[in-house]
Design a protein around this ligand. Structure first.
Ligand code: 13P
Length: 256
């Protein structure tokens, strides 16, 4: 494992709990989930709980080193007077291996810019955390035929400070904004078309290093549609919000 990078097998099943599940609920979730999901060498499961629940999730995992834990957001500075924020070194010290960067809610609810995502990606890597860079178009952008242009812009910006070798440690999540929390999933064909375009762009950014990055799909993934999405060309895993909040439902999804 170079760079201290935890072994990540595809498909990747990543749970983004967003602002749900405190420590008590997280512990109860893990008890149920771990009883229903035995370690499998052919996939990777990751959790992105709220930062205050990270320790509860980590402690619950005990010897289950096959399951990885990350944070949903980091500040780009390592420390200082940034009330309410968490830095990459703090997240790493708390047991995170990964950090979501540029999630659509960060971009569109909290006004995070491409430039800020670039600084966060760099901060994560500088602290030894592995970024999961999220990209995706809004509905009006899709309707104007700008899907690829938006994703390429977000990718180029997010990865702009990295060497090719550093790019190789990033995971990409394609999350069309119109599919998030709406019950309106991209069809496997639509997801695949964007994943293939993203992979081509990654190759042009970082050569063979770029071509190998896992690209996850996110947006209204559930137990019914997950298999078809994973079978689509270029889809290396899923990033799941709502359907990852129920322990039994999430266990069903990760066993698909
Ligand atoms: P939903 O699965 O609730 O649509 O959320 C997707 C998402 O934003 C995961 O990061």
């Amino acid at each position: 494992m170079s760079n201290g990078m935890p072994e990540v097998k595809t498909p990747i099943f990543a749970a983004n709990w967003k602002m749900n599940s405190g420590p008590t609920e997280s512990r109860a979730f893990m008890r149920t989930f771990l009883a229903r999901y035995a370690r499998r060498p052919d996939r990777t499961v990751m959790f992105f709980p709220p930062a205050l629940s990270l320790a509860a999730v980590r402690d619950s995992l005990k010897e289950r080193a096959d399951i990885l834990v990350g944070v949903q957001n980091i500040h780009w500075e390592a420390k200082g007077a940034f009330t309410g924020e968490n830095s990459a070194p703090i997240a790493k010290d708390a047991g995170a291996t990964h950090a979501l960067v540029g999630h659509s809610e960060r971009r569109h609810v909290f006004g995070e810019t491409d430039e800020q995502t670039a600084k966060k990606v760099a901060a994560a890597i500088g602290a030894g955390l592995f970024p999961m860079l999220c990209v995706g178009e809004k509905l009006d952008e899709r309707e104007r035929g700008e899907t690829e242009r938006v994703c390429v812009r977000q990718l180029r910006a997010g990865l702009s400070t990295l060497s090719n070798a550093q790019v190789a440690t990033v995971i990409i999540a394609y999350e069309p904004v119109w599919a998030i929390g709406t019950g309106r999933t991209a069809t496997p064909a639509d997801a695949s078309a964007v994943h293939v375009a993203i992979r081509a762009e990654l190759r042009s950014i970082a050569g063979e290093h770029g071509g190998r990055l896992p690209i996850l799909y996110g947006g209204s993934v559930n137990a019914q549609n997950v298999r078809a999405l994973l079978d689509a060309e270029g889809v290396d895993g899923v990033l799941v919000g709502g359907a990852s909040l129920d322990a039994e439902g999430w266990a069903t999804i990760v066993r698909s």
